[in-house]
Design a protein around this ligand. Structure first.
Ligand code: SF4
Length: 346
């Protein structure tokens, strides 16, 4: 099992954290804004009309993002994932993709709610985007509209997925956060719809990200339970991981028609192979999705620090990294003031 996409790094020793996990993935939040209000991420009662989003002056420019990404690539990063908030809300996003595509040996992916994908997919692909993951929590229009709390229709997300596929951003992955009593009764329909047409559905256990989504353990549907439910119809067979740090546990369906992934942060944590760092839209590095604090890079960037100095900040941070929140999750940890997922991207 390789150490991640295009793990060639010209022989430089990988940058390892306290547990020997290499730095391989950088998730880049390009905006903290979103046009949805998914209740498990950005509940409207907190992120309402009077919520103060980051002012433009505090958001990293494309040049700053590209510079940071280049420095991370010299330290072993091989996968860049653009996230948000909703990344397609950031104006001229293809321009940033084109800048990142100049970095050798990196794969560029995007995670989006699909709302603007139909109009942007081709330009993003032309700029150098490799792959796209679309969040779609249900095919049931009423359930989906309730979950995104922006009354956004399924049909428009499906149009975005079709446009991404037409633009060659395949295989398209579909992320679905499963919440008991909310959308778990529609999961089989979602899987059935995409089974066999080359798209990969990933079912995500509802997580206690941030401090605002009202997370409760009894609303988590363990992947084991979902596998049991779906196996009645689809005869799921486990597949080997493709590389270290792959987030989803992969299953094929009988007859090889399609693939389903299960992201089991709550019931089967995967911190042991976590190779991900996150860059917030205002330039701080987080070494875990459930981190309490980040490390500022924008200050040094704007104070004229050299690439070497920035690289040293990252080296020091990663080599001290001991994050494994999901393995340590407890009643006590759920009280920690964790950073909001919408601020650092999932
Ligand atoms: S909880 Fe933190 S360390 Fe564990 S897999 Fe998630 S991001 Fe990585």
């Amino acid at each position: 099992m390789s150490d991640g996409p295009s793990a060639s790094d010209g022989g430089a020793a990988p940058l390892l954290d306290h547990f020997g996990r290499p730095l391989r993935d950088l998730r880049i939040s390009v905006t903290d804004r979103c046009n949805f209000r998914c209740r498990y991420c950005m509940p409207r009662e907190v992120f309402g009309t009077d919520f103060q989003f980051l002012p433009r002056s505090e958001i990293l420019s494309f040049e700053e993002i590209a510079r940071v990404a280049r420095i991370f690539a010299t330290l072993g990063v091989r996968k860049l994932r653009l996230t948000g908030g909703e990344p397609t809300l950031r104006a001229q996003l293809p321009k940033l993709v084109a800048m990142l595509a100049q970095i050798p040996d990196v794969e560029i992916a995007l995670t989006t709610n699909g709302s603007l994908l139909a109009s942007q997919a081709q330009a993003l692909a032309d700029a150098g985007l490799d792959r796209v993951t679309v969040s779609l929590d249900s095919l049931d229009d009423a359930v989906f509209r309730a979950m995104n709390d922006a009354s956004f229709p399924v049909a428009m997300v499906l149009e975005g997925i079709a446009a991404a596929e037409a633009a060659g951003l395949a295989p398209v992955k579909i992320n679905c956060v499963v919440r008991r009593g909310v959308n778990d009764h529609t999961v089989a329909g979602l899987v059935r719809h995409f089974a066999g047409d080359g798209k990969i559905v990933r079912l995500i256990e509802f997580m206690d990200v941030g401090t605002t989504n009202g997370w409760r353990l009894d609303e988590v549907v363990p992947a084991r339970e979902l596998i049991g439910r779906l196996s009645a119809e689809l005869a799921l067979v486990p597949l080997e991981p493709q590389y270290r740090g792959e987030v989803a546990k992969r299953y094929g369906t009988a007859g090889g028609r399609g693939e389903i992934g299960f992201i089991t942060s709550v019931t089967e944590p995967f911190c042991g192979d976590c190779t991900r760092a996150r860059l917030s839209a205002d330039g701080s590095i987080y070494t875990c999705l459930f981190a309490v604090r980040g490390t500022d890079l924008r200050g040094p960037l704007r104070a004229g620090a050299s690439d070497d100095a920035i690289a040293q900040i990252i080296r020091d941070l990663w080599s001290r990294r001991e994050d494994r929140y999901s393995e340590l999750r407890s009643e006590a940890t759920t009280q920690l003031p964790r950073v909001e997922m919408s601020y650092i991207g999932g």
